[in-house]
Design a protein around this ligand. Sequence first.
Ligand code: NDP
Ligand code: GDP
Length: 323
Amino acid sequence: MSKTALITGITGQDGSYLAELLLDKGYKVFGLRRRTSVPILENIEHIKDQIEFVEGDLLDLGSLIHAVKLSNPDEVYNLAAQSFVGTSWDQPVLTGQVTGIGVTNMLEAVRIAKPEARFYQASSSEMFGKVVETPQKETTPFYPRSPYGVAKVYGHWITVNYRESFNMFACSGILFNHESPRRGVEFVTRKVTDAAARIKLGLQKELRMGNLDSQRDWGFAGDYVKAMWLMLQQDTPDDYVISTGEMHTVEELVEIAFSHVGLNWRDYVVVDPKFVRPAEVDLLLGDCTKAKETLGWELEVSFKELVTMMVDSDMKKYQALGN
Ligand code: NDP
Ligand code: GDP
């Protein structure tokens, strides 16, 4: 019999890839969606007719209980969050409420309305922050460096706590940065690939950025949602690091993106203190041995393939607009 999944954050990058994956597997997919004045469904436009939407907000427990009751899910993927580190310093309370307490709201809704449903929490490598060991794995202590990272640590531990307190099948995926053509434009990868395309097409003159030295372990979102699904198919719930095990600087990212369209990045990139963060995460590098061995999870897209895929997609988008 086909399974049913409820995805929060369905309109975001990961929600869209996960919905595609689950629909392909024959799931009935429900998506929790916030009410907005103008619907923004860009990432899921192509599959929206196959998704059953439920209105709700992570801050509103009643709406979450309703969503769980209505969908009666076998699996719940909690991907909704205020997900941008930069904004978390401007809106720290909201970030704590949505990205932290929102997880408790979702867990409560599941515990009350469908306690046997399997639950996935979108934890983050930002929890490692000022890293205390490299590479980072499941046992590495957390040292978050932003209100976002702090909220994610809360979300992570409350998920572990519900597993241990109520015997719920609750898993936490500690995912390192993952990107795609559907990534929000404020994140560094998409900001760079979008700008490379715009500059190439004469739509933009320069690109203002922050710290070019920081290093990240960047993978492809389409590969990472497969790991989320695999976690909920195991016999026992557990937490897993998902990463590529490769680290690159922001400068390397810029270099690959600009040279892909035949430009020298040094002619266009300007470092602007406005984009330098109050506290930086200098490097993140994940060790996903556990996920590879236990889940059999494998990567398909390399860093260079990821960046060039994103630049090509941005070029196509602007060219289709007649530029
Ligand atoms: P996005 O920012 O693309 O998507 C976030 C989603 O959350 C959107 O659908 C948004 O809806 C929804 N949302 C925000 N606030 C609320 C709220 N109050 N109630 C209900 N829904 C809300 O994030 P990603 O897809 O990139 O990431 C998915 C999850 O994984 C997030 O929790 C993120 O923090 C986490 N994560 C992401 C990583 C990455 O590299 N991408 C790395 C590690 C963890 P709307 O469209 O209405 O704004
Ligand atoms: P994060 O790892 O979740 O914070 O993902 P981001 O894509 O927002 O940032 C990754 C890294 O890029 C961080 O170390 C940022 O400081 C660095 N960075 C440098 N310039 C920029 C910029 O202009 N925008 C963003 N978002 N990040 C930048």
